[in-house]
Design a binder for this molecule. Sequence first.
Ligand code: F0G
Length: 461
Amino acid sequence: MADAPFRTVFEPFRIHSVEPLRMTTPQERGEAVRAAAYNLFRLHSQDVLIDLLTDSGTGAMSRDQWAAIQHGDESYAGSPSWFLFKEAVQELFPYEHIIPTHQGRAAERILFEVVCRQGMVVPSNTHFDTTRANVEHTGAQALDLVIEEAHDPQGWHPFKGNMDVERLEALLAERADDVPCVMVTVTNNSGGGQPVSLANLQAVSQVAHRYGKPLYLDACRFAENAWFIRERELGQGDRDVRDIIRDMAGLADGMTMSAKKDPMGNIGGWLAVNDDAVAQECRNLLILTEGFPTYGGLAGRDLEALAQGLREVVSHDYLRFRIRATAYVVEALTAMGMPCLQPAGGHAVYLDARALLPHIPPLEYPGQALAVALYELGGVRSCEIGTVMFGRQSDGSEQPAALDLVRLAIPRRTYTQSHMDYVIEVCERVMEVRESLRGYRIVSEPPMLRHFTADFAPIAG
Ligand code: F0G
């Protein structure tokens, strides 16, 4: 027993620089959220204790990334920081053309503007909101073809992010001329941060290529996805995660990337393609809005920090800790009876607000009620992913979303296990008072993406 491995998977780093958290009382938070019209995006982040709004750009950079920042070279064209960045990207994603952008959605806008036309359709496992919006902005349709199992929040499947290959094949058989490319999101953020298997990527790649269509990865959380492959897919358990990532990349013809996630940046992104003609058109658009092709929308120092982040995220110790830390929260919440999306994803915990608060009908936004309660009771900021986000239809009417979830996204290397134990305790407190929670109505909202700016009011009860 003496040399058996230890059960505790601890943070594989120690803290070098700290940011204080400003403590607040429930009364202060009640006032803050009222002043924010019950919209958590409108809070001052100083009034938040544990900020789980997003894992995007909110992670902690390492000592070596801060050192790399000092090494940044701000030459307008051909900076050594650019070549360092390009090399780091191509080591994992050996695509021909790497096009830097200020963040993921800029890569999406450029790619879809080049490949999409009115009336086309772009299939994906599940498009992220900005991906969908950028596809639709060109007049094309963004179509989600995730496997059936993904629609059951409690069901267990090792790769719930997989694409339904039969439906993809049927779409291509019927409308190949209308499909400019196939996308796969790894991990599948809008489907609960669930991974896609190598076998599924292989099958998708084969079908797409049989019809002559390029496959693009929306690869923000590529390292987490590769770790799940290593842990769950037959024959992958002994492999270096970098080789798994290269296999994933090799099945596709390009990628869009938000470097605010797994590349450990606070800002950044890129677009990568193999096709010379597509790359040329993308670079022309890049120059219009992002910048010269050797910096995109980024400073030389950002490129250096990302190159270093890419080296760090493929550490097995880091990924083991990261995936375990998310599962730890889901296990604790499940044990206390909090309905959570299963199995745990990579970057976030998803609470099933509709199941927790059956007395609040979907059109009174149970996700919003749960998110506001987590903030008022414990200062935890989360994000509703449900009827507030998706309920408004293009004709102005309102429909319940498929699910009413609340996402607790976990920034990388930022919070410790005791922060997470506190979050678990706040959830427990919310469960105790769940019957007293009331729904919300929307007082005013913009025509699009209302969740960012809508004003809410509690429904008296
Ligand atoms: N694709 C996926 C899968 C994403 O999760 C995001 C961002 C993007 C693209 C867009 O990247 O923000 O750099 O422009 N997701 C963040 C989130 C905002 O909170 O999940 P971006």
